[in-house]
Design a protein around this ligand. Sequence first.
Ligand code: NAD
Length: 459
Amino acid sequence: MIINDSIEELVLNQRRFFKTGGPRDVSFRIEQLNKLRNALIAKEAEVINALRKDLNKSEQESFTTEVGIVYKELSYVIKNIHKWTKPRKVKTAVTHFGSRGEIHPEPYGTVLIIAPWNYPWQLAISPLIGALAAGNTAIIKPSELTPHVAGVISSLIQDTFPTQYVAVVEGGPDTSTRLLKQPVDYIFFTGSTNIGKVVMQAAAKNLIPVTLELGGKSPCIVHKDAPIKLTARRIIFGKFTNAGQTCVAPDYLLVHQSVKEELIKHMKEAISEFYSDSPLSNPDYGRIVSEKHFLRLSNFLSNGSIRHGGKCDASKLLIEPTLLDDITWEMPVMEEEIFGPIFPILTYDHLDEIIDMVNAKPKPLALYLFTKDNDIQNKILSSISFGGGCVNDTLMHLATPHLPFGGVGESGMGAYHGEHSFETFSHKKSVLRQTNKFDFSFRYPGKGGLKLLRKLMKP
Ligand code: NAD
């Protein structure tokens, strides 16, 4: 672990190393990504253990949502890196006859990655893969709220890379603040919208480009024609994975009045099936990350009326998967991102009402829509702006390297995963290679070229 005193020196050393050209070399990148892969495999058991300690994640959940997803991202990137790093030829405008246009992806330099606690492994390592694939050096600041995982990330990086190439700086907001003052070349931040604003302000002082992966209230809409039992299972999976502490979890439910009771019945059944009838004593049910978040969430339990769950165990920071009925938009649970195992239920009669309601709020990170009707699917997709989402599923859009993952408006800016990560961490340098074989004089002043120029550049 890097101690606070040497943060400035660390950044300087990384910048120096970047200038040597080492990290840009494509075979070096591939070699390092393979080293990272071996290190990830070697640490797998330790990571799963640390996730159990920090968040009580089960092995299956840890593997699927943290370890496995990172393996998939890494092998996809290694497979495609040669293709992505090549300069790309583009068309030439008629005014540029004889020349050649190219786009050269080039690394920014030193990248700062600030990670949150809810998927503390995936959300630190996945951006790292993109940053290294694009030829940068990187500094990771893991979340202080998941210290066991932060420790594993720290030792993994220390054992695998020299600090001038990749380093981990552990600590909380003070450490982050200090890192944000450094002359890095790119900042990749995942966390809350409020801290996202702090990060962007700090970056603005040095005009450092940023990606902000933030949160928000993601709606889940269930129309009357949806297959209710299947829908219920997919919603419960998305809502209660990691005890609801997922940035793209369905935050609240908007269900057509006519299918509400049937959906609640099936959601209750799915909760019992996935987490047992007493989730508080289920050893594989996730816990809330901190006492502060536990208290914040328990206050929501007095909103509306409890249709399922509602019990807590303060000593273990556990809250049952809870369905809240009789909810109105004015209640506290509807005012902020819930980020916990509490699911408020609202109903609607006409789709237009909910389009207006959702559009009146900040643009969400995700949206989920359950309906078989193509026209309704297209109507919602074209009338509500959101980061990304699924039709007839939850969460799955983020688990593929083929789709860009990111927010819009208050839920963030920029996107990553797969090739989109490579693009995020690369500057696209435009290059025009001009011919010297001939030279058109009409562009020079005093050569009477205006007539021809008007013809070539007509509106
Ligand atoms: P957070 O914003 O509190 O913290 C994120 C990181 O910022 C941590 O490393 C923390 O140490 C650091 N930080 C905290 N205060 C800071 C400050 N004043 N200045 C600089 N850095 C500071 O977020 P969190 O509680 O760790 O994570 C939960 C939030 O993150 C939720 O809103 C969730 O939706 C969002 N999230 C988004 C995504 C996504 O991919 N879009 C993924 C996971 C979480």
